[in-house]
Design a binder for this molecule. Sequence first.
Ligand code: ATP
Ligand code: MG
Length: 393
Amino acid sequence: MEKIIIIKYAELNTKKDNINYFLSSLKENIKNSIGEYSIKYDRGRMFISDKSDNYDLILEKLKNIFGIHEINLGYKIDTNDIKEIESNLVSLLKEKTFKTFKVETKRSYKGYNMTSMEVSRYLGGVILKNIKGISVDVHNPEILVNIEIRLNESYIYFEKINGLGGYPVGTLGKGLLMLSGGIDSPVAGYLALKRGIRIEGVYFESPPHTSEAAKNKVINLCKILTKYSGYIKLHVINFTNIQESIYKNIPHDYLITIMRRMMYRISTRLANKFNSKVIINGESVGQVASQTLTSMKAINAVTNMPIIRPVACLDKLEIIDIAKKIGTYDTSILPYEDCCTIFVPEHPVINPDEKKCEEYESLIDYETLINEALKNCVIIKISDKNKEYEDVL
Ligand code: ATP
Ligand code: MG
């Protein structure tokens, strides 16, 4: 009997023709996270064995990998012989203290000479005979004994750990995340990663109006997101000249609208250059003046790139719940200024007019300013390890 981690990947099983693509990506992501362990897969399951018994560490990492539905720390028996299963099971259970139990069996090997029900009933009887003072409870057992019968081997496990679900990061291609230091955009990034999108970040800074500390906060948020993605490339755009030019030349009620149109233009150019197929951001309908439907339409008008807004229809409290769960909240609420908040007009327009946006924008030479900002873009590579993934970044 050998200790082993069993991984189940629910939604991936629906990918009939592409299943191998998804599984090899998952395997690659697992390897990048946990290191070189023996990882095997057989239909519906992935198995990880580790001779040096670092299972606790490995489990912690697996809990953050998208594409995994459930993780079990269990035992592998090199045969499906019922007598072998029986003796191993009894010796495992004798180590545990419990009053009630239930046996559940799955057979992927349909040619086995007992049905799943028969295996469960038989092993239940064996357990009752060998361990005193316990009973079966089918509704709320203290210990759920899981048995899996396969072609040449069998597995026993007791605990189920929920995985994050979703698709392996990278399987759906790449997207560019507009990442501010706020609460919403890191959550948007996490949700995009969950659907298999590898993210690169873009952060707009306005020194000296925004500080080095504000930028470091964004880098730290990326670092937290790398727990789920392994690595992230962050593009830092100096937005000062654009912002100051908007501030000097454009009626102040349109400042935010125009500023955001510039951010969209730059993000689109970056996305195309670095092969991102979508832009992702943390906009949430109705949250601020620039997120009314009319504002969103006026801002969106400058790009053909699809925009994914994972938190668009979540309440702020729902977004905060996710931020706390994924570990970004405490960093997000640190009080450093964002370039969106330093030039906030007293009465930002709620229903901007697209024609007026174009008219105002013609007052500045924004193409030149955008080209200059893109030319000066600084790329920061951030990884969950100390060493960087030079080869992939
Ligand atoms: P967040 O909490 O993510 O900062 P927010 O509610 O403060 O969002 P806005 O400031 O209007 O909303 O920004 C909306 C979205 O635009 C952000 O979620 C983010 O995706 C993007 N964004 C805003 N400021 C920046 C910035 N300085 N750099 C990159 N993206 C930004
Ligand atoms: Mg913000």
